[in-house]
Design a protein around this ligand. Structure first.
Ligand SMILES: Cc1cc2nc3c(=O)[nH]c(=O)nc-3n(C[C@H](O)[C@H](O)[C@H](O)COP(=O)(O)O)c2cc1C
Length: 356
């Protein structure tokens, strides 16, 4: 019977246990550069079998929030190198989550105040981002109306992911996770309700709507090795003004099958909907499946034993419990995180949670 505390062979990378730290935006980068305190924060949590970093933009076009880091300039790469060195010194493994927000952005964050980009020119209604107001002060503002990417723009997005993945290797990461969930760019292409393009990247055809993601996965896998690439999806989360659409289940199962053929490191899923769909997804994707969403030590262990997952991903519990794996191993009590400090308030609530 597999245990959360058993080691795991993640396509050739040995993980010391089956607990993964979830990607969590903490909004503490300065001018998009991860700071020394990020190295401290991640190294404190290196007891996880695998850490997945906070969302990290692949280009300035891919940025949707203030204080999130990038991985497309030499300064950002150097900033991340501090983190990967610190995590490796502490015996951990770390993937970077590569991110393009698409339309979940604001003109004040884009170069020359341009519109953000998406599959189609439809604004994400009711979606707020952390950007600048009309006076140039940091503020919560509504996402701007995007422009639809033209073919050259689509090719540039693929090239940006490829560049970011190469940068991740120079920064010392063990791999990359392509963020195709939570309503960001890839999901804006995958969602059949939103993506009404009439070219080979959209419309009724599932293959067309999956094309941007799969071309990106293939380019990245060819450059850095398929065993170093994971993909995150959140099929029924429907965030940032994405909605149910016809053929939704078939779309996600087709993606699971297409990714299965590629022999990647893993799929990281959340919001898989009903137990029946979860089972169908598990059958369609024959590689390592890792999952996040409200796990406790007990429910994660059960999911491993039931064969639903290969690795369990924990988010919020890692914020206040840097030694989460040890606490779970010994059934020690868990600390509660301070929600007000989830995002962007310096070192407090970030690197000042002690281990037991
Ligand atoms: C503060 C915070 C920031 C998050 N940022 C990200 C992110 O950058 N990328 C991502 O894919 N998910 C993000 N998530 C979602 C988590 O990865 C995870 O799926 C979620 O917290 C559910 O797991 P949990 O119940 O163990 O916390 C974030 C969650 C939290 C609480």
């Amino acid at each position: 019977m597999p245990s959360l505390f058993d080691s795991y062979d993640l396509s050739g990378l040995r993980l010391s246990n089956r607990v993964v730290m979830a990607p969590m935006t903490r909004a503490r980068a300065i001018d998009t550069i991860p700071q020394e305190h990020a190295a401290v924060y991640y190294a404190q949590r290196a007891g996880a079998g695998l850490i997945i970093t906070e969302s990290t933009q692949v280009s300035s076009q891919g940025r949707g929030y203030l204080c999130t880091p990038g991985i497309h300039t030499p300064e950002q790469i150097a900033g991340w190198k501090r983190t990967t060195d610190a995590v490796h010194r502490a015996g951990g493994r770390i993937f970077v989550q590569l991110w393009h927000v698409g339309r979940v952005s604001h003109t004040s964050l884009q170069e020359f105040g341009q519109a953000p980009v998406s599959a189609v020119a439809v604004r994400a209604a009711g979606t707020m981002v952390q950007a600048y107001d009309a006076e140039g002060k940091p503020a919560q503002v509504g996402a701007s109306e995007p422009v639809a990417l033209e073919i050259a723009g689509i090719q540039r997005v693929v090239a940006d992911f490829l560049g970011a993945a190469r940068n991740a290797m120079s920064a010392g990461f063990d791999g990359v996770e392509i963020h195709a969930g939570n309503g960001y760019l890839f999901e804006q292409f995958i969602n059949g309700g939103l993506n009404t393009r009439d070219d080979r990247y959209g419309g009724a055809s599932i293959d067309n709507r999956l094309r941007l993601l799969l071309e990106t996965v293939d380019a990245v896998a060819e450059a850095i090795g398929k065993e170093r690439v994971g993909v995150r999806v959140s099929p029924f989360a429907r965030l940032s003004d994405l909605h149910a659409f016809s053929g939704e289940e078939d779309t996600w199962l087709a993606l699971a099958e297409a990714l299965s053929k590629r022999g990647l490191a893993y799929i990281h899923a959340s919001h898989l909907g009903t137990p029946e769909f979860q089972q169908a997804f598990r059958e369609a994707y024959r590689g390592t499946l890792i999952m996040a969403g409200g796990f406790t030590a007990e429910t994660a262990q059960q999911a491993l034993e039931d064969g639903q997952i290969d690795l369990a991903v924990f988010g919020r519990p890692f914020i206040a419990n840097p030694d989460l794996v040890e606490r779970m191993r010994h059934s020690w009590p868990l600390a509660e995180a301070e929600r007000e400090a989830f995002y962007g308030v310096g070192t407090h609530g970030y690197i000042d949670y002690p281990p037991i």
